[in-house]
Design a protein around this ligand. Structure first.
Ligand SMILES: Cc1cc2nc3c(=O)[nH]c(=O)nc-3n(C[C@H](O)[C@H](O)[C@H](O)COP(=O)(O)O)c2cc1C
Length: 305
């Protein structure tokens, strides 16, 4: 049953609650739909889609850490045509809440193409632009590490999007506020942060990096305080709605993220530990709100100035 106290409004959207599985940690929701009714979710951010199908990087591409993991999956996905033709129709059968289309490109043309393709999908309510990808026309440097290229992508995507555009920021920068402001000025409708942090593990017996790719994206509870700090900085420096992400694994973490400035919260690696975690958090929120004397979740968004 829907609990109005959990309802969140932003960018002309109403989410029944702020809990969203993060891109790449929930596939397209289909396996999870076999475990429980995924219509309890606020929204669902699907695996990062690219123009062409991708097999991803060579294994090993997951390294465990004390409180999280590193991944170098490398955007494995069947490509936008297959996602539209086969996967989204399957998802529609079992899921009727908003879809967030996470898109990943290697050139501006890629992002524009993907935005047009995903905007056509009725159930897609937000285009989430992953700018952590390498720009093949700029020596492989990530689009997300400099304000100018982040703004260029945002403008190009906004010119063709018919759905709200949320730019997903990389934390691998010295000044995330400068990038966030550049996206805001370029017309972004919202921001999502953070993506993974670049990390490394070494197998000391084999004397080699654990990941075949050497470096990989760090996620999980170990990045939560850092993500929270960045969400708070960006929330206080822009007026855009923010989807907070990074290390969230409990209802308490969701409340913390929202107090820091997030309108909604994405949950990533926690799904890999407990596939029921999103459902559990949604169920736990009302009781925790009672304990904290929170009437409606919207009341706490960004209260930490
Ligand atoms: C295995 C794996 C795959 C991911 N794939 C994507 C992706 O395709 N697109 C994207 O924007 N982020 C991707 N991410 C990043 C997550 O969406 C999220 O931003 C990050 O993991 C931080 O959140 P967490 O600590 O809750 O996992 C991936 C993360 C993991 C662990």
């Amino acid at each position: 049953m829907m609990d109005k106290r959990l309802q969140i409004l932003f960018s002309g959207l109403t989410l029944q609650n702020p809990v969203i599985p993060a891109s790449g940690t929930y596939g397209y929701g289909l396996e999870f739909a076999e475990l429980y009714d995924i219509n309890c979710l606020g929204a669902l951010s699907i695996k990062g889609t690219t123009v062409e199908p991708r097999h991803g990087n060579l294994t090993p591409r997951i390294a465990e850490c004390e409180a999280g993991l590193l991944n170098s999956v490398g955007l494995q996905n069947p490509g936008v045509e297959e996602v539209k033709k086969t996967i989204l129709p399957q998802l529609r059968q079992v899921y009727h809440q908003p879809i967030i289309a996470n898109i990943s490109g290697f050139s501006i043309d890629d992002y524009v193409y993907l935005t047009e393709a995903m905007s056509e999908e009725e159930q897609v309510e937000i285009i989430e632009v992953n700018i952590s990808c390498p720009n093949v026309h700029n020596g492989g440097m990530s689009f997300g590490v400099d304000p100018l290229s982040a703004a260029t992508i945002t403008k190009a995507v906004k010119a063709v999007a018919t759905k709200p555009v949320f730019v997903k920021l990389s934390p691998n920068v010295t000044d995330i506020v400068a990038i966030a402001k550049a996206c805001e000025e370029a017309g972004a409708d919202g921001l999502c942060l953070i993506n993974t942090l670049l990390g490394m593990r070494i197998d000391i017996a084999r004397r080699s990096a654990v990941l075949n790719n050497r470096y990989g994206g760090m996620s999980g509870p170990q990045i939560f305080p850092l993500a929270l700090r960045m969400v708070n900085q960006v929330a206080n420096a822009t007026s855009l709605p923010i989807i907070g992400c990074g290390g969230v694994s409990s209802a308490k973490d969701v409340i913390e993220m929202m107090m820091a400035g997030a309108h909604a919260v994405e949950i990533g690696s926690a799904n890999l530990i407990d596939p029921f975690v999103c459902k559990k958090i949604i169920e736990e929120l009302p009781e925790l709100m009672d304990r904290l004397k929170i009437e409606n979740l919207t009341d706490i968004i960004g209260i930490i100035k």
